[in-house]
Design a protein around this ligand. Structure first.
Ligand SMILES: [Zn+2]
Length: 333
């Protein structure tokens, strides 16, 4: 999870209506999800419906009332973002456990000053899906609005986030979690008419381990599964690589060359050392890159401040050259 608190008094719900700050009422699109589905509203959009999985509401798990009004945006999100909670890989697969982690995540995020759970949905290792941020379920059911969360720094107006219980740096998710993730992502994609290329991981936005190298590595499989469910498969998105201390090779060498071009004091040996990480961290601070990241730092004592990923590469490569560079990095990776 990561982000600055991002609540503003803009809209709040009342009796199924969204009331804007200006006092105008807009209906929170009733359950006529069909209006939003199959319209191909987004490039590469899906053309089929997906069954709504069982999603336990904030009331079911005993959420606290938010301390800030939600921001309800009158547009669909652009991306569905997969996270891991970076907590323990519990073997308690009960619904009670799903409720417990939902409450503890909300508490953690409210302690951060975020006003409510940062993510829109939570998916447990037992395969139980819960609503995270209040109103998220209504919004997806409506298919036209997005409840802005706090889970992807600087991208919350376009990203709907799913927190998957556990940490997937070096182990795989449970089968139950995987199956419910496919169900949930397929349903969200169908409701908003999003293509499978909209399915990304947190590290596609920020320099973080999240959602873990193992789960991140399964995103192509997730896109395939969702595409099969919905009868549409978009092109695989090309992502910036995440480089971390201990990495070595041509991608690191390329990063070093680009960093040196910008006056950063790193070697040109293709090895991501601790010294290089310190320089990357300094460079990120100097350029205002948000340092908060999903809780791997807390749970694994992993310092992600020197990680070089999706929010750093664009600082090193000019706009016109970014797509070319992404492709080149993918080929040499
Ligand atoms: Zn994350």
């Amino acid at each position: 999870m990561s982000d600055q608190p991002a609540f503003h008094r803009r809209t709040f719900f009342k009796g199924g209506l969204a009331v804007t700050a200006a006092g105008a009422l807009t209906t929170l699109a009733p359950a006529a999800a069909s209006a939003a589905v199959g319209s191909g509203s987004t490039s590469g959009g899906v053309g089929a419906r997906a069954a709504e999985p069982t999603i336990h509401t904030t009331a079911d798990w005993g959420a606290q009332s938010p301390t800030q009004d939600p921001i309800i945006l009158d547009h669909a999100p652009t991306y569905i973002v997969v996270h891991h909670t970076a907590g323990s890989n519990s073997t308690d697969y009960s619904l009670d456990r799903a409720y417990t982690i939902s409450r503890s995540i909300q508490q953690l995020h409210m302690d951060n000053g975020w006003g409510d759970s940062g993510q829109q949905f939570t998916n447990s290792r037992g395969g139980h899906i819960t609503e995270g941020r209040h109103h998220s379920l209504d919004a997806v059911q409506g298919g036209t609005q997005h409840v802005q969360g706090a889970h992807v720094a600087n991208n919350n107006s376009t990203c709907i986030g799913i927190e998957n219980e556990g940490i997937y740096v070096d182990v795989d998710v449970t089968e139950a979690l995987w199956n419910s993730l496919v169900d949930l992502v397929a349903w969200i994609a169908a409701q908003y008419g999003l293509g499978t290329d909209s399915i990304l991981g947190h590290r596609d936005f920020n320099s973080t381990e999240c959602p873990g190298t193992v789960l991140y590595g399964r995103l192509p499989e997730l896109r395939d599964a969702v595409g099969a469910r919905l009868g549409a498969r978009s092109a695989e998105p090309t992502s910036w690589p995440l480089l971390t201390p201990g990495d070595a090779g041509p991608q690191v060498r390329t990063a070093q060359t680009l960093l040196r071009d910008r006056g950063v004091n790193v070697a040109k040996d293709g090895v991501f050392t601790a010294a290089m990480a310190r320089e990357v961290a300094k460079f990120k601070r100097a350029n205002g890159v948000t340092q908060l990241a999903c809780g791997a730092a807390v749970h694994r004592n992993a310092d992600e401040s020197g990680f070089l990923g999706s929010d750093v590469w664009p600082l090193l490569v000019s706009g016109a050259e970014r797509e070319d560079m992404k492709g080149r990095l993918a080929r040499i990776g």
